[in-house]
Design a protein around this ligand. Structure first.
Ligand code: PLP
Length: 498
C-alpha cells in the first residue's frame, strides 16, 4: 500500500524500522551494565555532536533519521536505567513500558474526552484504582495520571483550595489570607505552587522539624492557633511521605488528627515514598496514607516507569470534578462519562496509563513489594559499607536513600569538607562509573545515593563502594592514610533517621 500522505510511512517500511529499533534497544539494554553511566561530556561537546543547523527546508529518509537519532542518544546520554545510576529519585524504566509507549503512541488515543479514548480511559481508571490499592488508599478515591510529582502535588493543593476556600473561585485571592503548612524538607514544587496559585511566600508557614527531620506536630498546632488569631485562614498541611533529601516520613497519623480537629486538608507528597507502603519494611507512618485527603505519587520513580508518569489521588472523584470541571458549550462528549479533562488541568492527554497498567499486571502487588523491599535493603547494605569505611561518614537516610561524605584524616571544618565533597560529586557525576546526587543538611554537604532501580541492580553496594571510594573521583590529594576505625564510629555520628 502506498503512503497516504507525506507524513505517512509505507507499512513495510514502518515494520522494518520498528523491528530494527527494537533490536537496537534490546542490544542497548543488554550492554547497559558494561557501559559508562554517562559519557560525562561538556555541553559544548554535546552541542558539537548534534551540530548547528537551520530548520531543514526539505525532508530526509526516515530510516537514516532514526539511525542518526539512535546513535546520538546511545552515545551522548546519561542512562538513568543504568545499574549504577543512584542519583536523584529516578526509576529504572521498565522495558515493557518502553513497548507500551510505542503501542500507546501508535494507537494515539486522546484521554481528554471519553469518546476519544474509551478503552484507554477505562484502563486509566483501573490503573488509578490499583495504585490506590497498592498503597492502601481509599478504594473509592478519585485520581488521575499526570506528568510527574510536581503536577500531582499541584493537583492536591488546588483540590485543597477548592474544598477549604471555595470563595477563591469567585473572588480570587484578594482579601483571602490563606495559609498552608509545610517543612523545609518539602520538595521545591511548593515554591512554584505558592507562586503560580497566587498564595505568595506569605501563604506558607514553615514548620520546624524534629531530630529525625520530621514535622514537629506541636509546632504545627501552635502555628495554626497563632495564624488564626492573626486573621489568616489555615487550609492545608503538606506532609512528606518520603522527603526528597533523606526519605523522612512525617508523622502522618498525628498530623491527620490535627487536620481533622482544625478542619484542614491533609496532602501527602508521596512522589518518592508512597509506593514503599507496599513493602513489608515500610515505616509505620506510611500505613496511615489512607488518612490523607490527597496524595501525590510518581510511578516514574518507585514504580520503575520511564518518564513521564505521575499520579494524583484525591479522597473522592467529586473532589477532582469540583476542582477542574469547566465544561464549555463546544464539548458535547456525553455528560456522565469518564472525561479526564474534567478531572485535571490538562485538556488533551496522552495514554501514560498503559505502561503503568501493564507493569502492574506484569509484576502484581507481590512483585513490586519485593522490588521496593530490595531497594530498601540495598540502601541499608550501603549504610553498612559506609559505616565500615574508615574515611566515610554516614548522614541521615531512610527508605532507599543513603547519605554520606568523605572525611579524610585531618579535615577540620564543614566548609573544607563541603568543598571536598562537592568536588568529589562533580567528578563522580562526570566519571561514568557511578552516579550519585547530593543533599545539603544543616550546612553539611552529603553525597546521596537513592536506589530506585532494583530490577537492574545486582550486587550494587560493592559497585557503589567502588564508585565512591576507590575510583579516581575519590583519589583526592588530601586523603591521608586509612585510619583503622570508621570515622562515623569515632565521632559517634549516626543518621537521625536511619
Ligand atoms: C518528594 C518529591 N516530591 C516531588 C518531586 C518532583 O517530582 P517530579 O520530578 O516527578 O515532578 C520529587 C522529585 O524528586 C520528590 O522527590
Amino acid at each position: 500500500m502506498e503512503p497516504r500522505s507525506a507524513i505517512d510511512l509505507d507499512p513495510e517500511e514502518f515494520r522494518a524500522l520498528g523491528h530494527r529499533l527494537v533490536d537496537d534497544l534490546a542490544g542497548l539494554l543488554e550492554r547497559l551494565p558494561e557501559l559508562p553511566v554517562t559519557p560525562g561530556e561538556s555541553p559544548e561537546e554535546v552541542r558539537a555532536a548534534l551540530g548547528e543547523a537551520p530548520l531543514p527546508e526539505h525532508g530526509a529518509a526516515p530510516g537514516e533519521l532514526l539511525a542518526e537519532a539512535r546513535d546520538l542518544l546511545f552515545e551522548h546520554s546519561l542512562f538513568t536505567g543504568h545499574p549504577r545510576f543512584m542519583g536523584y529519585v529516578i526509576g529504572a524504566g521498565a522495558p515493557l513500558s518502553a513497548l507500551a509507549e510505542l503501542l500507546a503512541a501508535g494507537v494515539n488515543p486522546n484521554l481528554g474526552g471519553y469518546p476519544l479514548a474509551p478503552i484507554a480511559s477505562e484502563i486509566e481508571r483501573q490503573t488509578v484504582q490499583w495504585i490506590a490499592e497498592l498503597i492502601g488508599y481509599r478504594p473509592d478515591c478519585g485520581g488521575i495520571l499526570v506528568s510527574g510529582g510536581n503536577m500531582a502535588n499541584f493537583i492536591g493543593v488546588l483540590a485543597a483550595r477548592r474544598a477549604k476556600a471555595p470563595q477563591v473561585r469567585e473572588e480570587g485571592m484578594a482579601g483571602t489570607r490563606l495559609r498552608l503548612y509545610a517543612t523545609h524538607e518539602t520538595h521545591t514544587w511548593i515554591d512554584k505552587a505558592l507562586d503560580m496559585f497566587g498564595f505568595g511566600a506569605e501563604g506558607r508557614r514553615m514548620i520546624p522539624i524534629d531530630g529525625s527531620l520530621r514535622m514537629d506536630v506541636r509546632a504545627l498546632r501552635s502555628a495554626i492557633a497563632e495564624d488564626r488569631a492573626d486573621g489568616f485562614q489555615p487550609f492545608l498541611v503538606v506532609a512528606n511521605g518520603g522527603s526528597v533529601s533523606t526519605g523522612a516520613v512525617d508523622p502522618l497519623r498525628e498530623i491527620s488528627a490535627v487536620c481533622r480537629e482544625e478542619d484542614l486538608w491533609l496532602h501527602v507528597d508521596g512522589a518518592y515514598g508512597a509506593f514503599a507502603a507496599a513493602a513489608p519494611s515500610a515505616p509505620d507512618d506510611l500505613r496511615a496514607l489512607a488518612e490523607a485527603d490527597s496524595i501525590a505519587l510518581d510511578p516514574h520513580k518507585w514504580l520503575y516507569q520511564p518518564a513521564e508518569a505521575g499520579c494524583a489521588l484525591v479522597r473522592t472523584d467529586a473532589d477532582l470534578l469540583d476542582t477542574f470541571d469547566f465544561t464549555p458549550p463546544y464539548y458535547r462528549l456525553g455528560a456522565d462519562e469518564l472525561h479526564y479533562y474534567k478531572r485535571g488541568p490538562q485538556n488533551s492527554r496522552n495514554f501514560r496509563a498503559l505502561k503503568v497498567w501493564l507493569s502492574l499486571r506484569h509484576l502484581g502487588r507481590e512483585g513490586f513489594a519485593q522490588l521496593i523491599e530490595r531497594d530498601i535493603g540495598l540502601a541499608r547494605e550501603l549504610d553498612r559499607i559506609i559505616d565500615a569505611a574508615p574515611d566515610l561518614e554516614r548522614g541521615p537516610g531512610g527508605l532507599s536513600i543513603s547519605t554520606f561524605r568523605y572525611v579524610p584524616d585531618g579535615a577540620t571544618s564543614d566548609e573544607e569538607l563541603n568543598e571536598l565533597n562537592t568536588e568529589i560529586l562533580g567528578r563522580l557525576q562526570t566519571g561514568g562509573e557511578a552516579f550519585v546526587s547530593n543533599g545539603l543538611l544543616d550546612g553539611r554537604y552529603w553525597l546521596r545515593s537513592c536506589s530506585a532501580s532494583a530490577p537492574k541492580r545486582s550486587p550494587a553496594p560493592r559497585r557503589a563502594r567502588c564508585g565512591t571510594r576507590s575510583s579516581a573521583a575519590c583519589r583526592s590529594p588530601r586523603r591521608r592514610g586509612s585510619p583503622a576505625r570508621s570515622r562515623a564510629a569515632r565521632r559517634g555520628t549516626r543518621s537521625a533517621c536511619a
